[in-house]
Design a protein. Structure first.
Length: 152
């Protein structure tokens, strides 16, 4: 389903979810979006001291909404890109968003996260299992995640 905004992605995911057995939400859209400023172009005279500010509003939380509407027999896999407190934040997200499996990694560190072909992850599941994996190529991480799904 082609979408161009976080709101469209939310609508598409929520519409598809009732007919799905499993959903793997590997990347989140931005938590916030700019509030439209108006139809007029920004002008330099609008800036205060050479700086221009803008307000943000929350995007819908796709993973949370899918977790809230999850039916018996459905499996929900979420991901958490964190900058600190990896396990604590991941555990809170696993429970708070009603996931069955959560894949967490630190971003902004070498060999993990964005702009690298490898990742170092911690995997948590609803049964209380927790595994930390060494740095691995991302395709290997993906295959290991799917192997873990069979344990759910």
């Amino acid at each position: 389903v082609r979408v161009v905004s976080a709101r469209e992605m939310h609508e598409a995911a929520i519409a598809q979810w009732p007919d799905m057995d499993i959903a793997c939400l590997t990347a989140a859209v931005s938590d916030f979006r700019p509030i439209p400023y108006g139809a007029e172009k920004f002008k330099k005279k609008t800036a205060q001291g050479g700086k221009l500010g803008f307000d943000l509003e929350e995007n819908p939380d796709i993973l949370l909404n899918m977790g809230q509407s999850k039916k018996s027999g459905q499996t929900l896999i979420g991901f958490a890109a964190e900058t600190s407190s990896l396990v604590e934040n991941a555990r809170a997200k696993l429970v708070g968003k009603n996931c069955d499996l959560l894949v967490a990694n630190l971003v902004g560190v070498p060999d993990s996260g964005f702009e690298t072909s490898t990742n170092r992850i911690t995997l948590l599941d609803r049964a209380g299992r927790e595994e930390s994996w060494p740095v691995l190529p991302k395709p290997e991480v993906a295959w290991r995640i799917w192997d873990h799904v069979s344990l759910l």
